[in-house]
Ligand binder design. Structure first.
Ligand code: HEC
Length: 159
């Protein structure tokens, strides 16, 4: 190992570094596109998961008593996913297969407000789920749904 390292002269190192920079520049655009694709995929995955738990809350409310033990899990999952969702809208991720509106980045304060309401209401639902009372849970879940709709109305295309 030591021998090989010694053979790598300073000038060889410079050449390698130069080539790496050139290669990096050439592929940086492609890398950027791939990264954005994954950012958007992750965003969709997080939102789909939120949607799955959200509709499950209502399904368990309507379903037989045995399903009621799942309230807490679904509510906690939404609250945790809400925390993740705060970070899935980085600047520059508005291009591609996405329904995210440019308003997210043009009006960051309004978007933050919608996000804060979502965080607050998902925490409330997780707390209310502890009561196990279907009526209270339904009320908190409906309120949470209002925060989804509010954000989608302003910041999501279609819908
Ligand atoms: C602060 C804003 C905001 C909140 C709150 C929010 N969403 Fe979203 N949601 C978005 C945006 C923006 C998109 C579009 C993302 C994209 O296409 O890149 C989206 C997309 C979705 C999608 C479609 C995902 C896909 O694969 O295309 C579902 C389902 C969804 N949201 C469900 C929910 C539910 C359910 C809630 C509430 C429990 C919620 N969202 C709360 C902003 C929000």
């Amino acid at each position: 190992m030591t021998m090989k390292r010694k053979l790598l002269t300073a000038s060889a190192c410079k050449k390698i570094a130069g080539a790496a920079i050139l290669l990096g520049a050439a592929s940086s655009l492609a890398v950027q596109a791939v990264e954005t694709k994954d950012i958007i995929k992750h965003r969709h995955g997080v939102m789909e998961a939120i949607g799955g738990h959200f509709s499950s809350i209502f399904a368990t409310l309507g379903g037989p008593q045995e399903m009621h033990s799942n309230f807490q899990f679904h509510a906690d999952s939404i609250a945790r996913l809400a925390k993740i969702s705060v970070g899935v809208f980085p600047a520059g991720s508005g291009e591609g297969k996405t329904d995210a509106k440019a308003a997210i980045w043009e009006k960051p304060e309004d978007f933050q407000e919608a996000m804060d309401l979502f965080l607050e209401r998902s925490e409330t639902l997780a707390a209310v789920a502890k009561t196990g009372d279907p009526q209270q849970i339904a009320g908190a879940a409906k309120k949470l749904g209002g925060s989804c709709k509010g954000c989608h109305d302003d910041f999501k295309k279609k819908d």
